[in-house]
Design a protein. Structure first.
Length: 148
């Protein structure tokens, strides 16, 4: 069972609710970090706390963030030291985000990605693992830069 921290903005609430249901049906533990309203909210207020919890879990949790197009959540989440948030729109893109970039947060677009593709993307994100090797060296360079 994978512990999945979920957050969104107002445009991602419906998708988040579908993801929670999918997680439960597939043996994962969804943790809903909000919001629960479709009234306008600022994605930063949800992306940053979720990213912090993922990083603080030291690999025990992954995150899934959803907003209208995904870019706002990705930019905000990646401001958290240790967060590796990847905006993914296909299975192969998601696989490489895990294999080469050790992504710990999946970013989804509620507006641009159909539900069937979201399921494919989530399955890849939860199944694939970091390859290490030359990619470890690159991730270490990013970590070094984060500490400047």
């Amino acid at each position: 069972m994978t512990r999945i921290l979920l957050a969104c903005d107002h445009r991602g609430v419906d998708t988040l609710n579908r993801i929670k249901k999918w997680c439960l049906e597939n043996g994962h533990e969804p943790i809903d970090m909000g919001p629960d309203t479709t009234e306008s909210v600022d994605y930063v207020d949800y992306a940053v706390p979720c990213a912090k919890k993922v990083v603080d879990s030291d690999g025990a949790s992954v995150g899934i963030l959803i907003c209208g197009w995904g870019n706002g959540m990705a930019i905000a989440a990646n401001k958290v030291r240790g967060a590796r948030a990847a905006l993914c729109a296909s299975r192969i893109q998601t696989q490489y985000a895990r294999w080469h970039n050790n992504a710990n947060i999946l970013i989804l677009s509620a507006e641009a990605t159909e539900w069937e593709m979201i399921v494919e993307i989530m399955e890849a994100f939860l199944k694939e693992e970091f390859e290490g090797g030359r990619h470890e060296r690159r991730m270490n360079k990013i970590a070094d830069f984060e500490s400047c």
